[in-house]
Design a protein around this ligand. Structure first.
Ligand code: FAD
Length: 357
């Protein structure tokens, strides 16, 4: 029995957990994956030295985003600007672009550090259950509680009880995977079905090299391409460039997404070579993450043939179950930061304030 159960240990859920614990509440965070972070996911592969980390999910925050900047400062996380010195490339050749405004910033050690540090800083009154999936939430009105049914790592089921529950999971996944008693309002179900999950189908690739040769050639590492398979490429070196890498998003076009792994690698290397020269076609290592195949981010339920909704539908700001059920997650807030880490933090703050009120 905790004061509040939080579903999802992404940035939204962990932000709410931290706020509630600081206000003296006990919190249980339930996370389906065996690690915290959600769509912030930083890979630290072996064999490339200590400074080798690559963001396979969120990469940047921006200097005009107050919440994420304050959180990073509070957690003692260093940030550095995205490398943009030099010319960008297109299929037609190099171009000069103005420096980005507002500037894009990266986290030293990767974006997942935000979530890892938030989880580490939870006091003993805040626990995180990893590898544990929430499958049902019931309003037990007579007891003034919510019952949250979970399936643990050993496939064992359990019912957790709390005064409040914050659901910090992408809305479409809530609808597909969590059974509510009583049923959610039909209008809210409709809103959830029509709210896309930001970046849910992204396929991100990283190519690692023994040096950032593009920088020496006066190139920023930024490239935009229509020919694919990568539609954009960025410098992914760590802060001191002791680990040199480029990352890119594979174009969503079927002709590229339907390629086999081997054919895709071949096509990606060939494209990098075309853009950045022969050295780019022969990376030391290659990694990719296809978010579309991850059931804790993407769902494969077909889209209704209706217009999709903007983020931050007002229905997500309304607690249900007599004020005991609250919504969080970057898709549940509007404004400039929605979809981004900034929005995830804003949504976690709103849900925590609601639970406290
Ligand atoms: C490839 C990619 C690139 C991105 N680039 C950027 C960027 O550069 N800048 C930026 O600001 N943002 C970026 N984003 C978006 C950013 O990652 C998200 O806005 C943010 O991480 C969302 O946090 P969240 O807590 O709302 O959701 P999530 O991170 O999705 O967290 C939800 C959590 O709930 C868990 N969960 C799901 N179902 C259940 C269940 N039934 N029971 C228990 N747990 C469950 C999931 O495992 C997950 O940990 C990117 C995302 C991706 C995928």
């Amino acid at each position: 029995m905790a004061d509040t159960i939080i579903v999802g240990a992404g940035l939204a859920g962990l932000t709410a957990a931290g706020m509630l614990c600081r206000a003296g509440q006990s919190v249980t965070v339930v996370e389906a994956r065996p690690f915290v972070g959600g769509r912030t996911m930083t890979m630290t592969p072996g064999g490339l030295g200590e400074g080798a980390w690559f963001d396979m999910g969120a990469t940047w925050h921006w200097e005009d985003q107050p919440r994420v900047r304050a959180l990073a400062a509070n957690l003692g996380l260093d940030v550095f600007p995205q490398y943009r010195d030099g010319r960008a490339l297109t299929d037609e050749g190099p171009v000069d672009l103005p420096p980005p405004s507002p500037a894009e910033l990266r986290f030293h050690g990767g974006a997942q550090s935000l979530c890892e540090r938030l989880a580490q800083r939870l006091p003993p009154a805040g626990e995180v259950l990893l590898g544990t999936t929430v499958v049902a939430i019931e309003h037990v009105e007579a007891a003034a509680e919510v019952a949250v049914s979970v399936v643990g790592p050993d496939d064992g089921g359990a019912d957790l009880r709390a005064a409040h529950v914050i659901v910090a999971v992408p809305p479409r996944l809530v609808l597909d995977n969590i059974l509510f008693t009583p049923d959610l309002p039909h209008e809210l179900e409709d809103v959830m079905r029509l709210t896309p999950t930001w970046m849910a189908t992204a396929l991100k690739c990283v190519a690692v090299y023994d040096s950032p040769f593009w920088r020496d050639a006066g190139l920023s590492g930024l490239a935009f391409s229509e020919t694919g398979p990568l539609r954009e490429v960025h410098d992914a070196c760590n802060e001191d460039a002791s680990v040199a890498a480029l990352w890119g998003f594979v174009s969503p076009r079927h002709e590229f997404r339907d390629l086999s792994f081997d054919d895709r690698i071949e096509a990606v290397f060939a494209q990098l070579g075309r853009l950045f020269g022969p050295a780019a076609a022969d990376p030391l290592r290659y990694f990719e993450r296809d978010w579309s195949g991850d059931p804790f981010t993407n769902d494969e339920v077909p889209w209704p043939g209706r217009a999709l909704l903007e983020y931050g539908h007002p229905a997500f700001a309304e607690p249900l179950f007599g004020g005991r059920l609250h919504w969080a997650g970057t898709e549940t807030v509007g404004g400039d930061g929605s979809g981004h880490m900034e929005g995830a933090i804003a949504s976690g703050q709103r849900a925590a304030q609601q639970a406290l009120a």
